[in-house]
Structures are given as structure tokens and as C-alpha cells.
Design a binder for this molecule. Structure first.
Ligand SMILES: [Fe+2]
Length: 343
């Protein structure tokens, strides 16, 4: 449980609290939580972009945390871009304090799980960001079980081919999740093979988007991962990952179940991709709520359920045995999407 106190010693408090995730012997895999047969809830946010001189993101993040605290989910996953600095350089280090201070508002009963976004990237690597949350280990990827679900987090910034950030493609050599045989891919293959027999649901989290539809960030997508032999998306679809959550694009988009780059009628052996970047970052940067999507030629338009919703929001997900339900709630309290998957 990450619960930090504002003021002096903030980073140390975060680090100490996060160490609680570590099992004996330094295994970076957090211990299982919840009861396999019981229901539980988790919230998801992304792209809070706190810090800097602009306070909009900070106000939105505070508002969302108030709403999350009222709902009291078991877990909160943040899909990355915690801060507003373009890189985790000196200015970025300062904005991190703002992020951590606001995050300390989170109710102490709610476990916080971070994902590395591209704004957490240092000029050399992600080490400064990882120092806040030891659950990220030396790599930025990890997994854990909760109830009847398996959660895994990937670091999918390092091998994004379009990154403008220095050091990006070099910070974790041969670790790209989109590269078959890479250290991170081998870890995930082993991790998913090792799921507990009682696992009914598998949820993946990363920062970069594979099926988000925001115009602004289209060029930043990791399209290479969507199709083809050994590509990341078909790999997780075949492995039975039910939902993949990502940020990066500052909007909400939901796909149909997808398998190998196409709409798939069955939820079995296919994955729903959710883009959830509405945690506080700027949302008026070229998105559109029009449907279908005119922006990118290679988008399978029939694979989208929603248009690109540009609001500030969070997801509240409930898992109850073979039933998964998600409500997408904006900062006014309105539901902007809602869906259920039943196995
Ligand atoms: Fe972002």
C-alpha cells in the first residue's frame, strides 16, 4: 500500500511504503491480494500530467482522487505520464514532488500501482521514476494477482519507434515488449504461462496505445505491435488477456474484442483495448468525437465501439466471478461509457 505523508521526506516515505510490495528475497512480484472467490473493484487513470506551472492537471487529478476515494476500490492503476515535464530532467524531478504530494490524498486502503509513461523517462533511463516505486523493479514491468484476476504491467515506451526523448531507445537494451525474444517479452511469456489455476481474468497495463484513436497521438502509436508474427497484440490476444489498458492519448476509446488486427465476435482469445488518458493532461489537442475515424488509414473502423471521447475521467471496474463491468466516469460524475464482459 502506498500511503505517503506530505512534506519533508516524501520520497523516502513512498519508497518505504512501496517496499511492502516486495516478497522475501527481493522478488519484485507483489503478493496476491483479495480472495479468489470474492468480488473486487479497481480504478484506472492515466496521464495526470501534474507539476509545472499549469495547475489544471493538478486540479483534475485531485478531483479524480476524491471521486476514487468515495468509491473505495481495492486498487488504483495509473497508466503513466504522471508529470508534465517533457523528460525527467531537473525540472521533471521538481514536478514529481507535486505528483507524489497529490497522490498522497489516496485513501490508505487503496493500493496504488504505477506504469511508466514516456514523461517518466529520464535522459538516460527511468531510474529516477523507478526510485519512487520499487514495485517497478529494475525494469518497469511487474505483475500481481488479486482475487481471481492476474494483473501485469509492461514498459512499452522504450521501443516506440517515434520517441523524441533522448535515451529512450537505449535505456533498456533488448527489453522492448514489442520485440519477440526480448528480456521483457520472455518475462511476460513466462508470467502468463504461470498464472494460477483459479485465474479467470487477465488485465494488462502499459502506457503507449495500440488502438487509441486520437489524431494528435496517432503518429506516436506502436502500430508495429498490432499485427504480424510475434507482434505484441496478437501475443496477448492468444494468451487470453481480456483487457489491455493504456494511456498516452488524452482521450477515451474502447475497441471491440480484437484478434490479430480484426474485430472478433467472441470475447474468448481476444482482447478489448481501452485508451484511458483522461487523468488531467490537456485534452483539446486534435481529438474528435466523430465516428468512424478518418485520421489513420490503417484503422479497422469496425473495431471501435466508442468514438474518441475527450474528457477528464477515470474508470471504475468491478470483477465478480465470471463478470467484468466497467464504468467510465467523468469529473462531473457523468458516465461516458459503460460495458460488461461475461465469460
Ligand atoms: Fe500524456
Amino acid at each position: 500500500m502506498l500511503r505517503v505523508s506530505p512534506g519533508g521526506g516524501l520520497r523516502a516515505a513512498v519508497a518505504l511504503a512501496a517496499v511492502l510490495f516486495l516478497a522475501d528475497g527481493g522478488d519484485p512480484t507483489p503478493a496476491a491480494g483479495g480472495k479468489p472467490g470474492g468480488s473486487f473493484t479497481f480504478a484506472v487513470i492515466s496521464d495526470t500530467h501534474t507539476g509545472g506551472t499549469k495547475t489544471t492537471g493538478q486540479q483534475v487529478y485531485r478531483r479524480i482522487l476524491e471521486m476514487v476515494n468515495e468509491e473505495k476500490p481495492d486498487l488504483l492503476v495509473h497508466c503513466g505520464d504522471w508529470i508534465i515535464a517533457p523528460t525527467f530532467d531537473k525540472a521533471g524531478h521538481a514536478t514529481a514532488d507535486t505528483f507524489l504530494a497529490i497522490t498522497s490524498m489516496l485513501d490508505s486502503s487503496i493500493a496504488f500501482y504505477p506504469v511508466l509513461g514516456n514523461h517518466e523517462g529520464d535522459h538516460e533511463d527511468f531510474s529516477y521514476a523507478r526510485s519512487f516505486y520499487p514495485v517497478l523493479g529494475d525494469s518497469g514491468w511487474y505483475s500481481f494477482d488479486h482475487g481471481n484476476a492476474h494483473f501485469f504491467v509492461v514498459e512499452n515506451n522504450s521501443d516506440a519507434p517515434d520517441s523524441a526523448l533522448m535515451g529512450y531507445r537505449h535505456c533498456l537494451p533488448n527489453a522492448g515488449i514489442n520485440t519477440p525474444g526480448s528480456r521483457q517479452r520472455r518475462w511476460l511469456e513466462s508470467d502468463l504461462k504461470g498464472r494460477r489455476p483459479e485465474t479467470e481474468w487477465t488485465f494488462g497495463f502499459g502506457h503507449r496505445s495500440y488502438y487509441g484513436a486520437e489524431e494528435y497521438a496517432g503518429r506516436k502509436n506502436v502500430y508495429v505491435a498490432r499485427e504480424g508474427e510475434g507482434a505484441f497484440c496478437p501475443f496477448i490476444e492468444d494468451a487470453g488477456v481480456d483487457v489491455f489498458f493504456n494511456g498516452d492519448q488524452h482521450c477515451y476509446t474502447r475497441t471491440t474484442p480484437i484478434r490479430h488486427g480484426r474485430r472478433w465476435e467472441e470475447s474468448d482469445r481476444s482482447t478489448v483495448y481501452l485508451t484511458v488518458g483522461g487523468g488531467g493532461g490537456r485534452i483539446n489537442r486534435g481529438g474528435s468525437e466523430r465516428f468512424p475515424f478518418p485520421f489513420l488509414d490503417d484503422f479497422p473502423e469496425d473495431a471501435y465501439v466508442t468514438g474518441t471521447k475527450t474528457r477528464h475521467f477515470f474508470l471504475l471496474c468491478t470483477v465478480d466471478g465470471p463478470r467484468f463491468h466497467a464504468d467510465v466516469i467523468d469529473t462531473s460524475g457523468a458516465r461516458i461509457d459503460s460495458f460488461t464482459i461475461v465469460k
